[in-house]
Design a protein around this ligand. Structure first.
Ligand SMILES: Nc1nc2c(ncn2[C@@H]2O[C@H](COP(=O)(O)OP(=O)(O)OP(=O)(O)O)[C@@H](O)[C@H]2O)c(=O)[nH]1
Ligand SMILES: [Mg+2]
Length: 330
């Protein structure tokens, strides 16, 4: 893949001044796992930490992109510089916007202080956590004050994507029964703010009551997640939603919790990326090393027990000391 006329220096300058083409190129390098992307973020990292990241998550089609578009319109009235990154864990597309997002966010394409990007991460070695974190840091370094991270679903990959957000907004709509069940069962983490979108739907009030009753079970929290009924396409209650996001931010900032949360988020992301790479390394090693595959055959033939195999594999691949204990056993 050609880097065109861009060099490390011109990319750094471009990102620093908020040049859209430089940002787009840098994020493409992130998607491609290009080593240059890693160098850029390494250089820019000391200048980051100023952007406030808002994760917008929820089931497919609930109106996440529409809500982001409406929120962007709202905050642009205050002239805040904004970035939007939509990550679709299942998307086969890379390098550009997904069709739906293009349409939903089209209003903002001519606004030079709004940068919008969809990312697919198929084939990206370090996974979603890595790509999202790097993209967020690039936007942060480019002077964006607010960054919206959109991701679909309620699975592990979604947690990786919004795990870095300062405020997490869960978007539901009447009919998102699975998500409500997941909240109830404690499978899905309680978000900071909940938006029930498409509020004109007759079942919206029922859903509001259901979600309310789930949240009321939890008395311990210092922050009680507010629920806002919205209609994204008409912009209804979007200012109220923004107010709640701002209130959550104010809560974190006044109690000194923001630093604590970022520390925890960053540690979590570093750990997630490290785990992802370690797993990839392990799988590669087992594929390439007949000796390791032989161990698995031995387990299959009941000549070697599973945990002894684990010990040997980790010993060989990661040079973990404790493997010596078992090397003499067969
Ligand atoms: N009636 C109604 N339709 C809405 C509302 N918000 C979004 N929609 C419509 O719902 C559809 C999906 O909206 P999106 O904003 O793309 O939803 P999304 O959650 O981003 O979807 P994915 O990214 O594909 O998961 C579109 O046809 C929107 O026009 C709303 O408040 N009311
Ligand atoms: Mg969307």
């Amino acid at each position: 893949m050609s880097r065109g006329r861009w060099t490390r220096e011109t990319l750094l300058d471009g990102v620093r001044t908020g040049d859209r083409r430089a940002l787009a190129r840098a994020i493409t390098l992130v998607e491609n796992g290009d080593p240059l992307a890693e160098e850029l973020v390494r250089d820019l990292y000391p200048e980051t930490g100023n952007a406030y990241a808002i994760g917008i998550t929820g089931p497919p089609g609930v109106g996440k992109s529409s809500l982001i578009s409406a929120l962007v319109r709202h905050v642009r009235a205050e002239e805040r510089r904004v970035g939007v990154v939509s990550v679709d864990p299942s998307s086969p597309f890379t390098h550009g916007a997904l069709l739906g997002d293009r349409i939903r966010l089209a209003d903002h394409f001519l606004d030079k202080d709004v940068f919008i990007r969809s990312m697919g991460t198929r084939g990206h070695l370090g996974g979603l956590a890595e790509a999202t974190l790097q993209a967020l840091l690039l936007l942060d370094a480019s002077g964006k004050e607010l960054v919206f991270l959109e991701t679909v679903g309620a699975g592990q990959s979604e947690v990786e994507v919004i795990g870095i957000a300062d405020t997490v907004v869960l978007v539901l709509m009447p009919g998102s029964g699975d998500s409500v069940q997941a909240l109830k069962a404690g499978i899905m983490e309680i978000p900071d703010v909940i938006a029930i979108n498409k509020k004109d739907h007759p079942a919206a009030k029922t859903m509001l009551n259901e979600v309310r009753s789930i949240l009321s079970l939890d008395h311990e929290r210092a922050w009680r997640p507010p629920i806002v009924l919205t209609e994204a396409t008409r912009g209804e209650n979007v200012p109220e939603l923004w107010e709640q996001i701002a209130a959550h931010r104010a809560h974190l900032e006044s109690e000194g919790l923001l630093e604590e949360r970022r520390r925890k988020n960053l540690a979590g992301e570093v750990f997630a990326v490290a785990s992802g790479r370690a797993k990839e390394h392990l799988e590669q090693a087992v594929r390439d090393d007949p000796e390791l595959r032989r161990l698995l055959d031995e387990v299959q033939r009941r000549e070697l027990d599973p945990l002894s195999a684990v010990r040997e594999i980790l010993g060989r691949v990661f040079k973990l000391g404790d493997a010596q204990d078992s090397t003499g056993t067969h």
